[in-house]
Structure formats: C-alpha cells, structure tokens
Design a protein around this ligand. Structure first.
Ligand code: URA
Length: 278
C-alpha cells in the first residue's frame, strides 16, 4: 500500500509518462462537482465492494456477496450441460446490484461457466458517477473474482488516479462475467446471454458517464461496428448516458506509444470533465 506521497509521486510519474506537463484544475467548481483535486479528499459516498448484504437504497444496494468460488474444471473434463435459463434477468429483480448478483447466482447460462473459477461480477462504488466497462475477466480476474486486477488492471488504476478518482470511487465491470478461454474475445452468444446483466448494473448505478475500454465493450454499448480506433474520443450514448470509448489498457500496454497514451489521456480528461459538468 503506497503512502499518500508515494501515490502522488506515482500519479505525477504517470502524467509525465504520457507527456503531460501541467494539469488544469478548475478554480471554482460548483460545490456538488468533484474536481481532480477534491476527489481524493472527499469521502467516498458509499463503501465499495462491501461483501455483506446491505439495506436497500433508492431501489438499489451494494453488491451483496463475494463471487462463488469453485475449483477450476480440468480442461479435459467436460462440465455438465448448462440448464436452460431465462434469456434475461427478470424485471422484478432489476432494482439493485445485490438483486442482480442474486439473479446471476452460480450462472451456467453460457459455455463460459465451464472453465471459470470465479464469476467476476463487478467492483466499486454502487453510486459511482463514472463507470468503466471492459471486455471480460482474464486469468488474474478469474482467480480473484474481481475485474481488472492483473497488469491491465494496474494500468487502469493509474488511469483512474490520473483523473483524480480512487478505484473505490468508480465502478468497474465487464461485458461478460466469466473468463473467455485463452483471453479470446467473447463470442456473440456469450455477449447476448451476459450483457442484460451488465445493462441492469448500469441501470442500477446510473453513472453520469460510461467509459468503454476496447472494442467489445464499445461495440456492445454503442451498438456499432465502427472500430475502436475510429470511434475512441468521440462521445456516444447508451440509454441516455454519455459514453466515451477509449483503448483497452491491455492494448495500451502492448502498443505503449506516446501517441496512444496521449489519446487515452485526452479521452479520460473528457470523461472527467463530463462528470464534473453534472
Ligand atoms: N480485461 C478486461 O477486459 N477485463 C478485466 O477484468 C481484465 C482484463
């Protein structure tokens, strides 16, 4: 765990790394708006990822339980066939993250369950203003049951810090909740089965701004086949919520050019500004 000075140094290093020499912090933001400077001092509105069931709030509540853990099935052992399941979660259970998690249960709706260790539901502040949507869990996330905890997750954490948020202040989820084998892209049937739960998470959290990380999340939420390279940096919309598509942190790590880092920085700054607009 870094001390505050260490955190600040890390943040400054990231900004330098992407070629940012100065940061503009609005002098007089409206009291309700959280500026880059104030976000770190302000209390988080609700503790993140409390594993215990919580009292319902305005029809929504924090995610209620840790992901169900089960031993990984050996690749050679076919898992029992998935039981038929409803195509989408019932409207009656759309009221909160706990209910959505409950509805998912020990999900066997698509073939991704066969090899998963943990279902990766989502993490963060159930009242978040800013929500990030990735593609699907990787090996580390599958092991730990939490999104973005591996190398790409470290990069995402840096990105979140660079715009003045703590990881616990935002919400992070994925298009699919179980790891696609070999980190392949989620397939259309898997996305079709799992995405209603993501949509419900978004409806429950009601973020002011969504940031899609990479192609699958952008394609899904922006309902487009336009590639991420063309679409990133251009505001889109999902059910009335502004969406900023940007590169996936794993792509950034693979193509770690100043140009790409600057692009992501511009996208994130735009997202932050939109959050502050209210
Ligand atoms: N990549 C993703 O898209 N999601 C994760 O949770 C981890 C890596």
């Amino acid at each position: 765990m870094l001390d505050p000075r260490g955190e600040l140094a890390e943040w400054i290093r990231y900004l330098r790394d992407i070629g940012i020499k100065e940061l503009h912090v609005p002098a007089a933001a409206p009291p309700a708006a959280r500026t880059a400077a104030s976000a770190r001092e302000m209390p988080v509105r609700r503790p993140a990822a409390d594993p215990r069931p919580a009292a319902p709030r305005k029809g929504a509540s924090p995610e209620s339980r840790p992901p169900a853990t089960k031993p990984a099935a050996p690749a050679s052992t076919p898992a029992p066939r998935a039981a038929p399941a409803p195509a989408a979660p019932s409207a009656a259970l759309s009221g909160g993250l706990a209910a959505i998690r409950e509805e998912l249960g020990d999900c066997t709706r698509c073939k991704l369950h066969e090899r998963r260790r943990n279902l990766v539901f989502g993490v963060g502040n159930p009242d978040a203003d800013l929500m990030f949507v990735g593609e699907g869990p990787g090996a580390d996330e599958d092991m730990q049951g939490e999104p973005f905890v591996g190398r790409a997750g470290q990069k995402l954490n840096e990105m979140i810090k660079a715009i003045g948020f703590e990881r616990s202040e935002v919400y992070i989820a994925n298009v699919v909740k179980c790891r696609p084998p070999g980190n392949r892209d989620p397939q259309p049937d898997e996305v079709a089965t799992c995405s209603p739960f993501l949509f419900q998470q978004i409806e429950a959290i009601k973020p002011k701004v969504l940031v899609t990380l990479g192609a699958p999340a952008t394609k899904l939420l922006c309902n487009t086949s336009v590639g991420i390279t063309r679409l990133r940096g251009n505001w889109q919309e999902f059910r009335g919520i502004p969406v900023m598509p940007t590169f996936h942190p794993a792509y950034l790590l693979r193509a770690y050019t100043v140009e790409n880092r600057k692009k992501v920085w511009e996208d994130l700054k735009a997202a932050r500004a939109r959050v502050d607009e209210g």
